[in-house]
Design a binder for this molecule. Structure first.
Ligand SMILES: NC(=O)c1ccc[n+]([C@@H]2O[C@H](COP(=O)([O-])OP(=O)(O)OC[C@H]3O[C@@H](n4cnc5c(N)ncnc54)[C@H](O)[C@@H]3O)[C@@H](O)[C@H]2O)c1
Length: 252
């Protein structure tokens, strides 16, 4: 069954990590997936890998820290594929810095990519969805850090994910009249290039987020399963909802 056949879904950060799993699972559900990433070569390679398996996939360059790049990305998506049905705000920075060493530069860089960028991209994609008049689906990838699965060094990161969660609440209200839903997924720990490099050797991971989850470790496709539900046409009356995919961390 191709529940997403003919639906265009823009996935940020699909060149690596969790975004690869999201792009795969949505493509397998029939979506035309557009991978948008600052790593253009990686995005192109992932789109080519999907196409070689018979899926419909494209890629676009995107720097979430740059408003002009965001506007151009959505314009290119619309001109090549039509208005997106779905947007998955997945790309994010997750470097850690001890609070006592905190800097404004680190805050600004993290929030530019994790909060300001998704805000501008949501605006652009939602404008296109509203113009097309067919409703839509927006899914934000925040973090289980927001519900306590936290380690040290994540003050700035967790604040940026709180901003993303707040954006989802407000967007869900304003976009509901247009048939556009906005939901949030909170991943637990997933071994990805970003999470493995996050401490940079200087901020060793310590805290409750180090607890081994009751069910084991999540893979990118586990996160993608929740995204797929929120993006599906069947989830038309599900908005402003949050689901943690953390392998049972809360009962471990
Ligand atoms: N891996 C985890 O344990 C974990 C846990 C909770 C939440 N998350 C969240 O899940 C999302 C994906 O995480 P991941 O571990 O796969 O990350 P990752 O670093 O492995 O991959 C992130 C992708 O985003 C892209 N990207 C980075 N900066 C960008 C920018 N300015 N513009 C466009 N693209 C950019 C990268 O090129 C990369 O392809 C992030 O939002 C992260 O905060 C991850």
């Amino acid at each position: 069954m191709s529940e997403l056949a003919g639906k265009v879904v823009l996935v940020t950060g699909g060149a690596a990590g969790i975004g690869v799993g999201i792009a795969e699972v949505l493509a397998e559900a029939g979506a035309s997936v557009v991978i948008a990433d600052i790593d253009a070569a990686g995005a192109q390679a992932q789109a080519a890998a999907l196409a070689s398996r018979g899926h419909v996939a494209d890629w676009l360059p995107l720097d979430l820290a740059d408003e002009a790049s965001i506007v151009a990305c959505v314009a290119a998506c619309v001109s090549r594929h039509g208005a997106p049905w779905g947007l998955v705000n997945n790309a994010g920075l997750q470097q850690r810095q001890f609070l006592l060493d905190g800097t404004a530069e680190f805050w600004d860089r993290t929030h530019d990519v994790n909060a300001r960028g998704p805000f501008l991209l949501t605006r652009e994609a939602a404008r296109a969805m509203v113009s097309a008049g067919g409703g839509g689906r927006i899914v934000n990838i925040a973090s289980a850090a927001l519900i306590g699965s936290i380690i040290n060094g994540l003050a700035v990161y967790t604040a940026s994910k709180g901003a993303l969660a707040g954006l989802g609440l407000a967007a869900a209200m304003e976009l509901a009249p247009h048939g556009i839903t906005v939901n949030t997924v909170l991943p637990g720990g997933v071994m990805t290039p970003g999470s493995m490099a996050a401490g940079d050797g200087n901020v060793p991971a310590e805290g409750p987020g180090r607890r081994r989850p009751a069910l084991g470790m999540c893979e990118p496709r586990d996160i993608a399963a929740a995204v797929r539900f929120f993006v599906s046409p069947a989830a038309r009356f599900v908005t402003n909802q949050t689901i943690a995919v953390d392998a049972g961390w809360s009962v471990s």
